[in-house]
Design a protein around this ligand. Sequence first.
Ligand code: DQA
Length: 146
Amino acid sequence: MKILVLNGPNLNMLGIREPEIYGNKTYKDLVAMIGDRAVKSGVEVEVYQSNHEGDLVDKIQSAYKNADGIIINPAAYTHTSIALLDALKAVGIPAVEVHISDVNGREEFRKTSFVRAACVKTVSGKGFEGYIEALDFLTQYIGENK
Ligand code: DQA
């Protein structure tokens, strides 16, 4: 089983950006944490980050027939990007939306998610653990829906 983990703009700045919201751990820590869980679960993961919307669209398209599931934190593109929604719909791969912070408890504009309509689950406000919850959920979901 192969899972693609996608992270959008500014998530490479984790540990530096707004630590009161996103915590002190770095993006490298996040990648290591996801990798550890994947090894334990016997799942292959590819973790990718980009600050560019089109790159993320390309990466989703490249998952077609190459990945069994997608975990996506589109960051700010969550609230703006119909292109990411359409890409997820186009490939038809089960996807889980993740947010480190509680997007529903912040500014009004963060309550809107375009990608949500193409995701089987959303995990929000659980910090880095949210990615682990998403990985565990998706592994089980794919196993049950083969
Ligand atoms: C975020 C929440 C978004 O609103 C924000 O633009 C981000 C990160 C999160 O993980 O909490 O960059 O997706």
